[in-house]
Structure formats: structure tokens, C-alpha cells
Design a protein around this ligand. Sequence first.
Ligand code: CMP
Length: 139
Amino acid sequence: MQTTFSIIKPDAVANGHAGKILSLLEANGFRIVALRMTRLSQSQAEGFYAVHAARPFFASLVKFMTESSVILMALEREDAVLKLREVMGATNPANAADGTIRKLFAESIERNSIHGSDAPETAAEELKYFFTGIELSQR
Ligand code: CMP
């Protein structure tokens, strides 16, 4: 079993797609270990996406991620990191496969409905950034 980190982004929450996304995740074998709805502060979003700080889209990405509420999740299943990325689809919804979350719901490469950690090491860091050890160990 592996745990990965995911965010239902402001576009998907505001457009009323959160329930459908949670349902799709559960249908794909993910167990929700921890979940919290919150509105990210500027510094939380900047810290979370620090690896992208030099990218031209960084300021716009932080503005988008702080514009309204998000849903933070810890998700468990076998091969969770890889499987979540399959279920999400390509970063750019124009390239996402049919049936993936981004194909179904994303508006653009930036407003792409969902985030998922890109590697087990990143998942561990991202989980720790938003959740306490107690939240992550509850069953
Ligand atoms: P995510 O998987 O959360 O990781 C970084 C985010 O930056 C990505 O999803 C998109 O929301 C955004 N992003 C990535 N590439 C671009 C791009 N070329 N232009 C605008 N936003 C981008």
C-alpha cells in the first residue's frame, strides 16, 4: 500500500465537480485517508509550488490556487502515486485521455482540476506539508 497527496483545485470545487471527482477516485480503488477543505493562503501556495518558482506561470498559478476553496486529500491504494496520475490524465487537458479527471473537468493547462504528487518522495513531502502525523495514521 502507498499513500499519495492530491488537491481538488479551485476550478473543480467552484464548478461543483468535487463530489464526482471523489466518487471517481473511490471507484478507482483509492481510500480517503485524510481530507480537508480550505482556502490556501498566498504563502501556503507559494511554498507548495516552490519548485516552480522560476517558471513564467508561477504568479498566475499561485493566484489561481488561492482564488477560492480547495480540497486536500491523502489517498491510499497499491501504486497510489502512479495510479492517481493515470486517473488524473495529462497536465494539459487537451492531451488527457478519455475518461480521465482532467479530460472530464479541466478548463486549461493551469485550471486543471486536480493535483497529484509526481513521485513517492514528493508524496511524502506534500503529505507532511498539509497533514499531521495523527491525521495520516488514522484508519
Ligand atoms: P500540477 O500538477 O498541480 O503542477 C503544477 C501546476 O502548474 C500544474 O498542475 C498546472 O496547474 C500548472 N501548470 C503547469 N504547466 C503550466 C503551463 N504551461 N501554464 C500554466 N500553468 C501550468
